[in-house]
Each structure stands twice: as C-alpha cells, then as structure tokens.
Write a protein that binds this ligand. Structure first.
Ligand SMILES: NC(=O)c1ccc[n+]([C@@H]2O[C@H](COP(=O)([O-])OP(=O)(O)OC[C@H]3O[C@@H](n4cnc5c(N)ncnc54)[C@H](O)[C@@H]3O)[C@@H](O)[C@H]2O)c1
Length: 367
C-alpha cells in the first residue's frame, strides 16, 4: 500500500498524540473490528492510520528543533497522556520554522516546563524543505493567534503544491480568497479549527440541535473550558482569541434556525489550570423553554484528554486529503471540513455532514 507523506507544523501536544496514535494502530496487525477502537474509520480509500508517514516537521522551540520527531514529541512543555513510547519512527528531524507571531509575549512569564522557549537558530527554507521531502499534506498545529505564521505556511503550501489541514482558528479554507487560491493552484484543503472526536463543540452542538429539533426554545447558553496545556496558557492573552471565539461560537450558532442574541451565548476558553495538563474540562449550560413555556435547564460536565481527542479526527482529515489528491480535486472539501472542523466554509448539522463524508469517501461526491 502507498503511504501518505505528511508534514507537521508545530510539534506540540496534538502532534504528539497524532504520531503516537499512528504507531499504536500500526501495532494492531489484523484489521478486525476491535482494532478500529477509537477510530471513526479504520480505512479511508484503502488507507489505514499507519499509512501516514511523517516526512517533514517544523517547530521553533529550542528543545524540539534538531531532534527526530519521535523524541521531540516528548519534550517540555508537551504534557499529553502517553499512548505508546515504543516509537521506532519518525526519525525525520524537526527543522526551525519562522517564528513570526507564533509566540505570545505573556508566554515568557511562565516556568520553562510550561511555556515555549524559542530557538535562536536561523529558519530553514520551508518551501524548499517541503518540496525536498515530497510532502503531500501539511497539518498545521500552530498556536491560536498565529495569523502571520499560518498565512506563511499556507503560502508555502501553495508554492510547494502541498495540501493543508488547518487545525487552528485562523481562517484559510473558510476564507474565500485563500480558498480560491488553493482551488486555482489545483490543491485540495480542509479547515478550519479541528473539531475533536467527542469534545465540547460537538457535544454542545448536538445538545443545541436536540433542543431545536424537539421544539425547545433555547434562551441562554454557555460553554466554559479549563485546561493546563500550552494551548490554554497561550489563550490567556485575550487579544489572540478573536478567531477562536468566532469559530467556537459559530459552530453552535449554526445549529439554530434563528440566531441567538450575542449576549445570550457565551463560548470560550475560560482559564488555565496548570495541574490539569492536557485534560480539558468543559462546563456546558443550556437554559430553555419547552411545552407550555415551562423552563428546562441542562448542565453537562465533560472531561477529556484534549490532544488525542483531536488526533482521532486528524487521521481522517489527512486520509481524505490524500484521496482528494488522487481524484484531482481542488479547493476546500466542503463535506469533510463540515464534519471535522469547527469553522468550515459551509456549516451543516453533524448528521448531514457525516452522510456527506461517507458519500465523499465512497467516491459519490467530489466536494
Ligand atoms: N483538541 C485539541 O487539542 C484542539 C482542538 C481544536 C484546535 N486545536 C488547535 O490546534 C493547535 C495546536 O494545539 P496543541 O495543543 O498541539 O498546541 P501546543 O501549544 O501544544 O503546540 C504548538 C506548537 O507550535 C510550536 N510553534 C509555535 N510557533 C511556531 C511557529 N511559528 N512555527 C512552527 N511551530 C511553532 C510550539 O513550539 C509548539 O510546539 C492550537 O491552535 C489549538 O487551539 C486543538
């Protein structure tokens, strides 16, 4: 079976879970139902998770740059739970990327083991390295608020002819100007801002849709999130959060036939709690009225490990891009982005989007 040649930008917790997860599934030898544990799809277009091969990697942290990916993923400040530490690969070295706006000012105020430590090394020629590695898909795990860095790597993808899975909330696939540039260049793209396997967004969307479908009028709702990884630390700087808030809020708003007033819907990262590490806790509250105008209140507390939760979705996005390239598709994949991303170019309910993705995988639709 052919491999999928992957480039990763940002060797943080999400990259760590993705790389460990690929190895975890490689060790499951025979494709039986039980091996599909934790996956939405064991095979996509004939590709299994273990067919993803990391051929290129970029970061800016001095503890990661220069190390093989299989070691870099275990360096501070990464703190996600171990899936497996038996990693013969990837031996691909992490190369110095462009820092640009990747590191927020306030990150300097935290202990080394908790924060980013930018390297002073000179950045490599990213386009040249992408071409040299033969990467077909680049997955971006840049920190929230890295607009310039995201645009820099999107440009590099366009120049090198590489597809992009944009897991973070700077809008590329859902920005018509960027989307057209990818389409004109003949490159498929998926984005933006990855939706976790079962995370706060999909739970909140599903509950909102449930109320809507069963005639309950939602008056107010919130989603408060706490966590102790660098993603949460970075998001303490509220000025970096504009797109994250839009992405998370729109993801829920899109499920209502009538938009809620902005004062009545509050969704966002709420605090950084260091001892939580990569554990994320979401508190969701929905207040509504049902039959006869009688109130209904709902409280949900969801506790998840943040990064494996996103990697379970990333393995599908990467494989969908590979088959899109084989089918010579270009521009945003609307179906896959709607199911796997919080801020896709077009929003659909998750049940509709799931059906569209199945049709896409089966070759019955081209977007
Ligand atoms: N469930 C999830 O974990 C989830 C869900 C949705 C979106 N996301 C988004 O995915 C992104 C990655 O999340 P994470 O938890 O892995 O973050 P992280 O903080 O663990 O990792 C970010 C990595 O990027 C590196 N970096 C910073 N600036 C860089 C630059 N200019 N070039 C290259 N590398 C750079 C850092 O050194 C670090 O290794 C975040 O934007 C996050 O919001 C995550």
């Amino acid at each position: 079976m052919k491999k999928i040649r992957l480039a990763i930008v940002g060797i943080g917790n999400c990259a760590s879970s993705l790389v460990q997860g690929i190895e975890f599934y490689r060790r499951q030898h025979t494709p039986r139902v039980k091996e599909a544990l934790g996956l939405m799809n064991y095979e996509i277009g004939g590709y299994k998770p273990q067919d993803i091969e990391v051929v290129c990697a970029f970061d800016i942290d001095k503890r990661k740059v220069g190390l093989p990916v299989k070691k870099a993923i275990f360096q501070h400040p990464n703190c996600t739970k171990l899936i497996t530490n038996h990693l013969p690969t990837p031996n691909t070295l992490v190369q110095m990327g462009e820092i640009l706006d990747g590191v927020a000012e306030h990150m300097k105020e935290y202990p080394d083991n908790r924060t980013f430590m930018p390297s002073l090394a000179k950045s490599v020629d990213v386009v040249k390295e992408l071409k040299k590695s033969g990467a077909e898909v680049l997955i971006s795990y840049l920190p929230v608020g890295s607009s310039k860095a995201t645009e820099f790597y999107a440009e590099a993808c366009l120049e090198a002819g590489v597809s992009m899975v944009n897991c973070m909330p700077v809008f590329i696939a859902s920005n018509p100007v960027w989307a057209k540039r990818f389409a004109d260049r003949g490159i498929p793209i998926i984005g933006d801002d990855i939706k976790s396997q079962v995370g706060a967004t999909i739970v909140h969307r599903t509950l909102a849709k449930l109320c809507e479908d069963r005639g309950v009028k939602i008056d107010r709702t919130y989603q408060l999130n706490t966590g102790g990884n660098t993603d949460f630390l970075n998001m303490l700087n509220r000025s970096r959060l504009t797109h994250k808030k839009i992405s998370k809020t729109e993801s829920v708003q899109s499920q209502f036939a009538e938009r809620m007033h902005a004062d009545n819907i509050h969704i966002g990262p709420s605090d950084y709690v260091p001892w939580q590490n990569d554990n994320k806790v979401a508190f969701i509250r929905i207040e509504g009225r049902g039959f006869g105008n009688i109130p209904l209140h709902m409280e949900v507390r969801l506790s998840v490990e943040d990064s494996p939760n996103s990697a379970g979705v990333a393995v599908d996005a990467i494989r969908c891009l590979k088959i899109a390239r084989e089918r010579k598709l270009k521009g945003p994949l609307f179906s896959v982005s709607a199911y796997l991303m919080k801020h896709p170019p077009r929003q659909y309910s998750d049940s509709v989007a799931k059906k569209m993705v199945q049709e896409f995988i089966a070759g019955k639709r081209r977007d």
